[in-house]
Design a protein around this ligand. Structure first.
Ligand code: KG4
Ligand code: ZN
Length: 345
């Protein structure tokens, strides 16, 4: 019998400290997540210096817990995987340093993982991957369409030119008095309202696969402020539903357009905003109708937000492809997949 591949994975790119043990790329033996949300809420967003300090306090505890819950000891591990970008530099450095320390002390290979690859591999927990594949990765920091001709090869074919979708949710949520991160609550409110405001759909008709959410965000904020000045109160459920409809329309229409230009065997939806019920339903509906032979995998709700299990799943693939980092591995805050030439026709 061959030995299982056991990966100890670290994730600390933003405001969650997470350590997981993954067996053979798909079995989550443990996934410890220490969230810092409560510490950042009073500032309305993540404060980088506060985040780094929390990571330092949590990472050793999370590592011990992850190994204990998995029932795995250091000498059974195949490798250590870690997110080295993109993200906040101070936060990333804590995970990178912890991973290097464990790998060095226990003579284990160190496997670098791009955080966005991690988000993508959250969908691996619900099914096998097929290629060519198109992924819509939507999070608090990123909104991108990634095309993979084959495994372990990633190319961006479209991305946001300004705010990420999650960032827009958080900013408009703040205007409505919703605590950071606002996405989940705005999503819940949206289900109770209707699109009565008809906010703009940016770049919807343009011949590329890029997105823009800052115009929508400004239109939303202006609408709320103008009403406030007139002493009017707008229906928060309709506001949320109108905002969400605009985001979902643009994401779904650009995805359909991209799939016509870049045919795929499989479509993946992942990232923090992939937890959005409106987006999940709409993509499932539109894509299964338009591309009946394509399989659709949506990251499970519990692995949409940042976690180390997804880093372990992606890390296993990187490990098997021979990706290795040296002891000089550094955090790369602006790490990105290569961009395919924009389509202009
Ligand atoms: O991927 P993630 O955990 O962190 C980053 O890598 O950025 O994504 C967090 C983002 C936040 O902006 C949060 O508001 C958003 O995901 N989010 C949602 C929902 N749940 C979380 N946005 C829309 N609808 C949701 N249900
Ligand atoms: Zn993330």
């Amino acid at each position: 019998m061959t030995e299982p591949t056991l990966i100890l994975a670290f994730e600390s790119s933003c405001d969650e400290t997470s350590v997981a043990v993954i067996k053979d790329g798909v079995e989550v033996l443990s996934n410890i997540v220490a969230t810092q949300i409560a510490s950042h809420q009073r500032f309305g967003g993540v404060v980088p210096e506060v985040a780094s300090r929390h990571h330092i306090e949590q990472i050793t505890k999370c590592t011990d817990e992850a190994l204990a819950e998995a029932g795995v000891s250091y000498d059974q591990l195949s490798a250590v995987a870690v997110t080295y970008g993109p993200g906040l530099v101070g936060s990333l450095l804590v995970g990178v340093t912890a991973a290097k320390t464990v790998a060095w002390a226990h003579h284990l290979p160190l496997v670098p993982v791009n955080h966005m690859t991690g988000h993508l591999y959250a969908a691996r927990f619900v099914g096998e991957f097929k290629y060519p594949q198109l992924a819509l990765l939507v999070s608090g920091g990123h909104t991108e369409l990634v095309y993979m001709v084959e495994e372990h090869q990633y190319q961006i074919i479209g991305e946001t030119r300004d705010d990420a979708a999650g960032e827009a949710y958080d900013k408009i949520g703040r205007v409505m008095g919703v605590n950071y991160p606002a996405g989940k609550t705005v999503d819940e409110w949206a289900a109770k309202g209707n699109d009565t405001f008809h906010f703009p759909r940016a770049m919807e008709k343009e011949a590329n696969f890029d997105f823009s959410f800052s115009g929508l965000k400004s239109a939303f904020i202006n609408t709320v402020h103008n009403a406030h000045q007139r002493g009017e109160t707008l229906n928060k459920y309709d506001l949320a539903a109108s905002f969400q409809q605009s985001v979902v329309d643009v994401l779904a229409e650009k995805t359909v357009k991209a799939l016509h230009r870049y045919p795929a065997e499989q479509f993946i939806l992942a990232g923090g905003v992939a937890a959005n019920h409106g987006l999940r339903q709409r993509l499932q509906h539109d894509l299964s109708k338009e591309f009946p032979d394509m399989t659709i995998l949506q990251a499970p709700l519990k692995y949409c937000g940042d976690n180390a299990a997804m880093i372990g799943a992606a890390g296993t693939v990187n490990y098997l492809y021979g990706d290795r980092a040296g002891w000089d591995l550094n955090a790369v805050p602006g790490l990105s997949f290569p961009r395919m030439n924009p389509v202009t026709e």
